[in-house]
Design a protein around this ligand. Structure first.
Ligand SMILES: [Zn+2]
Length: 104
């Protein structure tokens, strides 16, 4: 009889379970690191790394870098700009941005 010691199957079961737990822990650590990395870039200028601020010019929301003054539009804002019937809206927005740079 083998009741007084764990069977080989039992050992294999626990080894597999431990390996699976380690794999899951590792995956969670990797996910958390990727999430931290992503968050560290949120509202940061892709060009110089300084903070972006959101402002509204002519009803169009624009994210602008507080350092290099680069401007970014969300996809739907860019589309709204293209669809607007206001003449030369792009020129108006860019002139307003250039005038107002980091002030609202
Ligand atoms: Zn910048």
């Amino acid at each position: 009889m083998t009741h007084d010691r764990p069977s080989k199957n039992e050992d294999e079961y626990f080894a597999r379970r431990d390996a699976e737990l380690l794999r899951q822990q590792h995956a969670a650590v990797v996910r958390a690191a990727a999430e931290r990395e992503r968050k560290s870039h949120h509202m940061k200028c892709p060009k110089c790394g300084y903070d972006l601020i959101t402002g509204e010019w002519d009803g169009i929301q624009i994210d602008q870098c507080t350092h290099c003054h680069g401007v970014w539009f969300d996809a739907h804002e860019a589309q709204a700009l293209m669809k607007t019937s206001t003449p030369n809206i792009l020129g108006r927005v860019f002139r307003a941005v250039a005038k107002g740079v980091t002030r609202r």
